[in-house]
Design a protein around this ligand. Structure first.
Ligand code: GRF
Length: 192
């Protein structure tokens, strides 16, 4: 049986769309079962519906900072959908070690930097400010520490003179859309 994949988002979901399309076309031997957003208004939820993947919203705000309760509900949904692999794709909530330990080795994330550089936010501006020649993106396994798990794949993108963070982000995003499906396909094959 092909692995069952949940994709977690918080926003526009362009990475989610590329992953779903790659699964639906057979490029990735896996089934996109559910797209879960912690932001009820996330544009990605509508895109999931258009792609005929179940969209679910678990708004984190009513939990009032109680991460354990939010993650317990998230975990229940993932169990209900009998999920094998979780892909974080622009999911902007930090997951605690209590959660990631339950899904150890099964959660992937895409991060817009050449890890281990620039964990956390504002990655493109930080790369520009440091005078780096390249920015880029990384897909990594998720552990209990932020943006810290083993890197499964990376693409470097040159930083051009006068690049703003938005310029660089736009060019990196194009590479994210190529990298994430490629890495997930390989991950699925090696864990089949
Ligand atoms: C991507 O750059 C991702 O790496 C970052 O947030 C952005 C999300 O874009 N964490 P999208 O929601 O996949 O369009």
């Amino acid at each position: 049986m092909t692995p069952r994949v949940a994709i977690l988002i918080s926003g526009g979901g362009s990475n989610m769309v590329t992953l779903v399309k790659a699964m639906q076309s057979g490029e990735i031997d896996a089934t996109p079962l559910v797209v879960i957003s912690n932001v009820a208004t996330a544009g990605g939820l509508r895109k999931a519906r258009e792609l005929e993947v179940q969209p679910i919203s678990i708004d984190h705000r009513p939990y009032k900072g109680d991460r354990a309760a939010f993650e317990a509900d998230l975990h229940d949904y993932l169990l209900k959908f009998e999920v094998d692999i979780i892909c974080l794709a622009g999911f902007m909530r930090i997951l605690t070690p209590e959660f990631t330990n339950k899904w150890d080795g099964k959660v992937l994330n895409i991060h817009p930097s050449l890890l281990p550089k620039y964990k956390g936010l504002n990655t493109h501006q930080r790369a520009i400010d440091a005078g780096d020649t390249h920015g880029g993106c990384s897909v990594h396994l998720v552990t209990g520490a932020l943006d810290d798990g083993p890197v499964l794949g990376q693409t470097a993108v040159p930083i051009l003179p006068n690049d703003t963070a938005d310029d660089l982000a736009a060019r990196v995003l194009i590479e994210e859309h190529k990298l994430y499906p490629k890495v997930l396909a390989k991950f699925v094959k090696s864990h089949g």
